[in-house]
Design a protein around this ligand. Structure first.
Ligand code: MRU
Length: 357
């Protein structure tokens, strides 16, 4: 995707290691960061300099490669897995990336591991791009069908950021948007701001703006009202983990959008690469670990001030407690379909995807 008309990925190899776009500084400052050690990669994931399930998985794979450059013993391999797996709990792509690296590296001789790790991490990054492009192609068919029926601008609501910033390129929920826009289908995107970290207001709005796609940022509670008034044609969101029974975990507030879409008979799609499926879990509400983040993300907010500085201010009275659940789970019965690289499937028919793996 483009930033100021230059093509970028969110993570790319450099001589010292890898370079990333520091997402904690967007949309106000575009800055990149070099990750040269395992600790840098772990911190980038934990502090959300990189975020979004697929990009977390790819960064973890590169983190393993960085670790193998320092030491490729069995103990170093085990330690790299331990450190990275503890960085964030909810996106299963983290475990998927780490396990995939471990499975390939463990049987190798130590002297082969550094190069093999580097090559595999790069291959996983390239795969992510190809997978997301395919999600774009399949999801575009849904948008095209709505456009053919309506013959007017298609209004899509999305939550959080599941665009190219959340992946290596293309995005998941926004890949169909980028494909449809490239086809010339008139689009308008409703962007949930996505409190408390505002990935919608800050990241989705920024990346859509960079690609020239019409969009409007709304408060998280506006979606139901827009749906009741015919201003939304479909909802597409990303996800951090889908269970074997098709329950989808995504950024907090996604479940409420699914309920509102259901009540208004609107299609609610979840876009995902198949590495986001956790075949070991069934009931997403009961079994998916939900990350709880620092309460200061709720009690405080940062923004760009007129003097050009980014400042943080407090929103709540000093004595009030705050809770910060970062994700929720939408049951399969509320999901119209899963948009994957293998096509669009019903969330209640995961068997089709299982057979294909
Ligand atoms: O906490 P974040 O910003 O990592 O959460 C991101 C999301 O919830 C995305 O919707 C999800 O990872 C899908 S990314 C393609």
């Amino acid at each position: 995707m483009k930033i100021d008309n230059l093509n970028y990925r969110t993570i790319w190899p450099v001589a010292e290691g890898v370079e990333i776009i520091d997402q904690t500084r967007l949309p106000h400052v575009f800055a990149t960061l070099k990750l040269t050690t395992l600790q840098h990669a772990e911190r980038a994931i934990r502090e959300m300099q990189v975020r979004g399930a697929p990009l977390i998985g790819v960064t973890a794979a590169y983190g393993m490669a960085l670790a193998m450059r320092e030491s490729a013993t069995d103990a170093a391999l085990a330690e790299a897995c331990r450190v990275l797996l503890a960085a964030r709990p909810t996106a299963v792509n983290l475990r998927w990336g780490v396990e995939r690296m471990r499975t390939v590296l463990l049987p190798l001789e130590q002297k082969q591991r550094a190069l093999a790790a580097w090559q595999l991490a790069a291959a996983i990054a390239d795969e992510d791009v190809a997978i997301n492009a395919a999600i774009g192609t399949h999801g575009c068919e849904l948008i095209r069908a709505i456009h053919q029926q309506k013959n007017a601008t298609v209004n899509i609501l999305t939550h959080c950021n599941a665009g190219w910033l959340a992946t290596v390129d293309w995005g998941t929920a926004l890949a169909p948007v980028y494909s449809a826009f490239a086809e010339g289908i008139p689009l308008h995107i409703w962007v949930d701001e996505t409190r408390p970290r505002n990935q919608g207001a800050g990241l989705t709005a920024w990346e859509l703006g960079q690609q020239g796609i019409p969009h409007t940022v709304i408060v998280d509670n506006a979606g139901g009202h827009l749906m009741q008034h015919g201003m939304v044609d479909l909802v597409i969101v990303g996800c951090d983990r889908v269970t074997a029974q098709g329950d989808a975990c995504n950024k907090i507030g996604t479940y409420l959008k699914a309920l509102a879409a259901h009540d208004n008979q609107l299609p609610f799609y979840v876009a995902l690469p198949t590495p986001t499926i956790d075949w070991t879990l069934q009931d997403g509400v009961q079994e998916i670990p939900i990350e709880q983040r620092d309460a200061t993300e709720v009690t405080h907010i940062s923004g760009f001030c007129e003097d050009g500085e980014v400042r943080t201010v407090r929103l709540t009275p000093p004595g009030s407690l705050a809770a910060n659940y970062a994700f929720d789970v939408t049951p399969a019965r509320l999901i119209t379909g899963l948009i994957t690289e293998r096509g669009v499937v019903a969330a209640t028919n995961m068997a089709i995807l299982k057979e294909a793996t």
